[in-house]
Design a protein around this ligand. Structure first.
Ligand SMILES: Cc1cc2nc3c(=O)[nH]c(=O)nc-3n(C[C@H](O)[C@H](O)[C@H](O)COP(=O)(O)O)c2cc1C
Length: 267
């Protein structure tokens, strides 16, 4: 095996080396946290939108295999079709909602190392029936959305999202955009450096759930990695150190009339 060279190897290789699991790991960890504790992010004095519960999903005979096969990135969304609050509710429930309880603890739609659930979801609601435009935080415990910024901030979000007009149009024409953040300490507290990897894996689990659910509801999605981190963090009112935006995904119905030349994405 090659030895890492601290002076020449790039930071990501140094980080990876330092997040490897070794036999003495559990002797080195300062002490395990209270395993039964659930960390809940709560907002006070905000408008709260309770999401409808127990709605049945109209899956149009779509099965999981079809959803996987048909998923592709959609970058131009149709303005004419409606997304409802019921759909948004199902979408969030099956992306990262609570699915079951065991021994007084709640478990989610994604796996999570140590069941620490280090990720948070925010939704930029652009055009969804029965809910005002705005940027909301999703609480899986209450299955509700708390308003972080009202509709007037959506344009600011889009303006500050990325310098590329093309990408701004994806967010701007979407019905809604999911923002997955990570609160690293929830996982690193137990797994130290390796916990950072887990936080990113888990964002991927959430993202894939959300994309496949979108397909099951006849919608499409586009994952967006090219965003200005701290502009988004500040709009979400998170500090960019303890909690950070990790991944954005826009959702809507595919506009089958407009054809784009995607070559610039594949350079
Ligand atoms: C982490 C990640 C970040 C991405 N960021 C962008 C992006 O900023 N802009 C964009 O147009 N597509 C983005 N994509 C979509 C990829 O370009 C797309 O998944 C890839 O071309 C494969 O095509 P498909 O999704 O249609 O299968 C991203 C995908 C992932 C997984």
């Amino acid at each position: 095996m090659r030895k890492l060279n601290d002076s020449f190897d790039p930071l990501y290789k140094i980080y990876h080396e330092n997040s490897k699991l070794h036999k003495d790991f559990y002797q080195k960890v300062p002490g395990l946290p209270d395993y039964t504790k659930e960390i809940k992010k709560k907002y006070y004095n905000r408008i709260e939108v309770k999401l409808p519960k127990n709605i049945s999903l109209d899956i149009n005979n779509t099965n999981l295999f079809t959803c996987i096969k048909d998923r592709k990135s959609i970058r131009n969304f149709d303005d004419n079709r409606t997304v409802t609050l019921d759909q948004l509710s199902i979408f969030l429930q099956y992306s990262y909602g609570i699915t079951h309880r065991e021994a007084d603890r709640s478990f989610r739609a994604t796996p999570s190392a140590g069941a620490k659930y280090p990720n948070e979801l925010y939704v930029l609601v652009n055009n969804v029936k029965d809910i005002e435009k705005g940027i909301y935080h999703y609480s899986p415990y209450a299955h509700s959305l708390s308003l972080i910024k009202n509709g007037s901030y959506i344009q600011k979000f889009i303006d500050e999202f990325h310098h590329d007009q093309y990408l701004k149009e994806i967010v701007g024409s979407s019905k809604f955009t999911l923002i997955i953040t990570g609160i690293f300490d929830r996982t690193t507290h137990k797994y130290m450096e390796r916990g950072y990897r887990f936080c990113l894996f888990e964002a991927g689990h959430i993202a894939q759930n959300s994309m496949l659910i979108a397909n099951a509801m006849s919608m499409g999605s586009c994952g967006l990695g090219g965003f200005f981190d701290d502009n988004i963090n500040s709009i979400l009112e998170i500090n960019g150190v303890d909690e950070n935006a990790l991944y954005l995904i826009s959702f809507g119905y595919e506009n089958k009339i407009v054809e784009y030349d995607y070559n610039e994405f594949f350079e």
